[in-house]
Design a protein. Sequence first.
Length: 235
Amino acid sequence: MSKHQKRLSVPKSWPVERKTATFTVKAGAGPHGEAGVPLLVLLRDVLGYVDSKKEARYALEQGSVLVNGQRPGDERRPIGMFDILAFPERDEYYRVFPGEGGRLALTAIAADAADSKLGKVIGKQHVGGGDVQLSLHDGSTLLTDDESVACKDSVVVDNESTEIVAHFPYEEGALVTAVDGTHAGEIGEIDEITVTAGSGANTVTVTQEDGEGFETVEEYVVVIDEKFTGGVSDE
């Protein structure tokens, strides 16, 4: 199977120029499905920290790059929404955040914010032993005894212990970001959730500080915390 991907056909979330060359690297197996961006693309094309696949592999072998607190073993490892990239030697930390037009962008964060990761709950089921298994947007699962967590909520998971350290319910008044559609990358508070009868998609009306606001389908919004809207703290 080819390890190359035509640039013109890459998912719209990939932060690559489509007409500068014919091919780019193809994402390997892993989280985020087809929308996952190969780590090499971020290291080489976005950050400019490496010039080649060989240099990227060396950086990974040296432990110079961490993804969600772990050392990735493949430069094609898919990176997606809300993943944490850490470069300890540089003292640089980034959160992958949806940008304008749905393209993934890197937002600088403080070191202490790199110890955990946000996940949108897309599935919930009870398993043996009385625990609840949650399925997150990136394909990962985790066990919890917290019955209050529901589908469409967001949770913050500690990278080391995989325990939930924060829970943000999906409800009116919640702070959200749009991750797809016309308003991808925009942030605001849920003003109203409209449940559509039948098979139609539920919609969400979002208010913003500038007074503009927008309406989008429910699937396109993710509940976030206020700290996800800013960059590195000066404190």
